[in-house]
Design a protein around this ligand. Structure first.
Ligand code: S3P
Length: 437
């Protein structure tokens, strides 16, 4: 695990200006490595996120005999081994902080003829895994968790998975993806229906690599026993990383910031809808497609925000953006209410508790509820907050620092490297004032 690192975020001396490009999409980067590793032939990945999470996925496939070259930062050449070409790993497979790596790999490994063990860091080792081991067991997989359904996960080799018709009670792309990936190895048809539609990158990429799949929001269906063919994959900039700058430029007076080439998959842009409903001025320019995904430049100008009741139907489409929404809500006029977001309690940290405690330490009134929060706008003052090693909470507090009355010390920020390497430099380049303590 990375060493402990604290940040100091100071009020901005100037508006946010310029044009920036945030790093590549984390979800797509994980899947690009996984699916091209299982494909026949050589795939090139451009815009790969050089984060600890996605590198963990690449390292794990390396442990299973897949050659992955990195000719330049953000580029990977993956020498696919085919669906049945993975080798038994000699050691445990360490997913670090990454729930996506662990849960999706669980699906892939369930279909292998060899045993394997998935481990993770202290945060990942507390996260619930029965949501994937349960449906995979229905497919015939044998996966043992530690007590309480948490990692490490021991996956027993199994050459005989069968398809499943699984209605997922949780809105989770990781659960859906784990089942679909196991479905590649299963006899017969695998169908996943979801409580609410979630990001569909696994489905889109499977289709792009030539696997027959039917999908629509909330439902996907495929059959086992086909093949994946190598392709070139272009990864757009990560909407979730752009989100910090969308909120920062909205709340800092006088700002006008352009975020280039942001992935605009409809299942990811809930925060854009919510910020607009709060009064934000965010314009999409240069809309086009890259790598089969909608992409746009986002022009963000300062605007006054007002509190809203966040519509529950947007929750899944902005599940990673709630930490920074807490900050936007604190800067809005009136009250913002979040409901139906109990999944936030089992992310890299309990994001409701961590954000509520941090925002309270900065002078904001927040009522925590089991599935959300009621946030009253107010003047933020400086102080010290704990990110609890959660990358997105750390970056959200850095945005709070921009408009606080004094500097904010943010503790335990090393995990920002899991999803957003270079955050501090990029933030300072456009007008934020964040430095290591
Ligand atoms: C992800 C799905 C979401 C999200 C995570 C990435 C993915 O998790 O929070 O950051 O790439 O599939 P859940 O599936 O747990 O909602």
């Amino acid at each position: 695990m990375s060493e402990r690192l604290d940040w100091i975020a100071s009020p901005t001396a100037r508006p946010l200006r310029g044009e920036i490009t945030v790093p590549g999409d984390k979800s797509i980067s994980h899947r690009a490595i996984m699916l091209s590793a299982l494909a026949e032939g050589t795939s090139r990945v451009e815009g790969f996120l050089e984060g600890e999470d996605t590198r963990a996925t690449a390292r794990i496939f390396g442990q299973m005999g897949v050659r992955i070259e990195a000719p330049s930062p953000g580029e990977r050449v993956v020498r696919g081994v085919g669906l049945h070409g993975l080798r038994a790993p000699e050691d445990m497979l360490d997913c670090g902080n990454s729930g996506t790596a662990m849960r999706l790999l669980c699906g892939v490994l369930a279909g292998q003829p060899f045993d394997s063990t998935l481990t993770g860091d202290a945060s990942l080792s507390k996260r619930p895994m029965r949501r994937v081991t349960g449906p995979l067991a229905q497919m015939g997989a044998a996966i043992e968790t530690a007590e309480g359904g948490v990692p490490p996960l021991r996956v027993r080799g199994n050459g005989a998975l069968r398809g499943v018709d699984y209605a997922s009670p949780i809105a989770s792309a990781q659960v859906k993806s784990a089942v679909l990936l196991a479905g590649l190895y299963a006899e017969g048809e695998t169908i996943v229906t979801e409580a609410r539609p979630t990001r569909d990158y696994t489905e889109r990429m499977l289709a792009a690599l030539g696997w027959p799949i039917e999908f629509e929001p909330g439902r996907a269906r495929l059959s086992g026993g086909q093949a994946l063919r190598a392709i070139d994959i272009v990864v757009p900039a990560d909407f979730s990383s752009a989100a910090f700058f969308m909120v920062a430029a909205t709340v800092v007076p006088g700002s006008e910031l352009v975020l280039r080439g942001v992935g605009m998959n409809p299942r990811r842009i809930g925060l854009l809808h919510v910020l607009r409903a709060m009064g934000a001025d965010i314009v999409e320019a240069n809309r086009h497609e890259a790598g089969g995904e909608p992409v746009a430049d986002l022009v963000v100008r300062h605007a006054a925000l007002r509190g809203i009741d966040v519509p529950v139907e947007y929750v899944a489409d902005m599940i990673d953006e709630f930490p920074v929404l807490f900050v936007a809500a604190a800067c809005a006029e009136g009250i913002t209410t979040i409901r139906g977001a109990e999944e936030l309690r089992v992310k890299e940290s309990d994001r409701i508790a961590v954000m509520a405690a941090g925002m309270r330490a900065l002078g904001i009134h927040i009522e925590e509820t089991p599935d959300g929060a009621v946030i009253e706008a107010g003047g933020l003052h400086g102080g010290a907050v704990e990110s609890h090693g959660d990358h997105r909470c750390a970056m959200a507090f850095a945005v709070a620092g921009a408009i606080a009355g004094g500097a904010i010390t943010i503790r335990d920020c090393a995990n920002v490297a899991t999803s957003f390497p270079g955050f501090i430099d990029l933030a300072n380049s456009c007008g934020l004032a964040v430095r290591t303590a």
